[in-house]
Design a binder for this molecule. Structure first.
Ligand SMILES: [Mn+2]
Length: 450
């Protein structure tokens, strides 16, 4: 019987929420998984990519964490087979990655194909190679992350695979249909590989689909992943393949959604917050309230009702406008008065309402021909304008009038744009107020890839 551990997406060195403690969580999860694997007396361990969170800027602490845990396997002669994920190395550039470094320290086997004129799939020679034959009779092929080229590289690779004993294909790549991230291919591309077990990493959600096995990340790398199952597989091969998911991540996340309408709601929120008992949790607090309620709510006071000391506290305000129809009415009012003021300079009488109608009709798609048609119609129908006769002098006058009207319309449009811009700016400033707080609170957080 062959037994092995399959893990992926360790993301060592990820100081989530700018927290050192959180980086220790990731290392702790790896240590736990490794200890469990050796306790289970596995023949080998697979790490299917994203061992580290950042491909550059390695820090001494993160490297030491990786080495210390890998040494546990080395001391027991348990081979560790890894591939590079999108967080570990550049896709095609021939760089020496941190996994190459660890391979040179004899702490792991870093499998990847070589690209010369064609793809080269060579046996591991102690420092490089794409496949390895293990003492337990298992052959393991490895493929690192290739992003949008995954499908193409996989197609090339599939032709190079020669099954020998129980054969495993390790890749840092995703299967379509689970989460929407780059580097995913249809599952059929994997199913047609002539191997017995496909060990994937990349998608931070645990799933098994026939031969395809994806354990998910050991820890929660993003709040959106909280709902997923995750961990690592202990796999037993005894005629059939049996993979069992083991969970190791330990950090508690508290998500609190509250809509505040009155005093009672505030009291309830505070009591919910004061009832959080877990030590050092990550707290996400989403508060929905009206603009006027937001003005009276004291964020600091709300925070003070939390009795435990959270590792990170994220507050998101969702603010709605209870007076939006009134604002709209006021806007139209302003628009009308601006237009009638402009019209006072001309002899059309007060046609401000018609102009607003015209503006609204053509505001979205401003088409001069359509406006011409409209203006012509006004000339024919409006009692405010002289009847059109066929003399050329009158025609000229009409042309002049049309030019004047066009000018009015242009001015009206500019005024309306000004009003709209001012409104947008007001809106922006409101949003900035919320954003700013988050930025100062979590100034190290960046947009992340999986
Ligand atoms: Mn990852």
């Amino acid at each position: 019987m062959v037994k092995f551990a399959h893990m992926a997406d360790l993301h060592l060195g990820y100081r989530q929420y700018g927290s050192e403690e959180r980086a220790i969580d990731f290392a702790q999860a790896f240590l736990k998984a490794m200890k469990e694997a050796v306790k289970e007396r596995v023949d080998f361990i697979i790490i299917a990519g994203d061992m580290f969170h950042r491909k550059s800027d390695m820090d001494p602490l993160t490297l030491t964490q990786a080495i210390k845990v890998l040494e546990i396997a080395k001391e027991r002669d348990v081979p560790v087979i890894a591939v590079e994920g999108n967080h570990d190395s550049a896709y095609f550039r021939d760089t020496f990655s941190w996994l190459d470094y660890l391979a040179h320290q004899n702490l792991l086997i870093n499998l990847k194909p070589n690209f010369e004129e064609d793809m080269v799939v060579e046996e591991w020679d102690g420092s490089s190679g794409a496949y390895v034959d293990l003492e337990c009779g298992v052959r393991v092929y490895g493929m690192k992350y290739y992003g949008s080229m995954t499908e193409k590289v996989l197609e090339m690779y599939s032709k190079k695979i020669k099954k020998k004993g129980f054969t495993i294909f390790v890749a840092h790549a995703g299967v379509e249909g689970y989460v929407n991230i780059q580097g995913c291919v249809p599952s059929s591309r994997f199913h047609k590989l002539n191997v017995d077990y496909i060990a994937l990493g990349h998608i931070h959600m645990s799933f098994i689909e026939g031969k395809i096995h994806n354990p998910g990340s050991l820890e929660v790398c993003d709040i959106s992943e909280l709902k997923y199952d995750r961990g690592f597989f202990i796999v037993e091969v005894n005629g059939e393949v049996k993979a069992k998911l083991k969970r190791v991540g330990g950090r508690e996340f508290e998500i609190i959604n509250a809509e505040i309408k009155n005093e009672e709601d505030i009291k309830n929120l505070k009591s919910r917050l004061s009832n959080i008992k877990v030590e050092r949790p990550v707290i996400y607090l989403n508060i929905k309230c009206s603009r006027s309620m937001r003005k009276v709510l004291d964020e600091e006071e709300i925070k003070r009702s939390i009795k435990v000391n959270p590792i990170a506290l994220k507050i998101r305000w969702e603010i709605f406008d209870e007076f939006s129809p009134v604002v709209k009415f006021e806007k139209e009012d302003i628009e009308l008065s601006v237009i009638s003021q402009i019209l006072e300079n001309y002899s059309y009488g007060n046609i401000s309402e018609e102009v607003v109608t015209l503006k609204n009709a053509f505001c979205g798609k401003f088409s001069l021909e359509k406006i011409d048609e409209f203006v012509d119609e006004i000339f024919v129908n409006s009692k405010k304008v002289k009847k059109i006769t066929k003399t050329s002098k009158e025609n000229k006058d009409i042309e002049k009038e049309i030019a004047k009207k066009k000018e009015v319309i242009g001015k009206c449009k500019a005024e309306t744009e000004k009003i709209e811009k001012a409104e947008l700016k007001m809106k922006d400033e409101d949003e900035e107020e919320v954003w700013d707080w988050r930025r100062t609170y979590d100034h190290r957080s960046k947009t992340r890839k999986h």
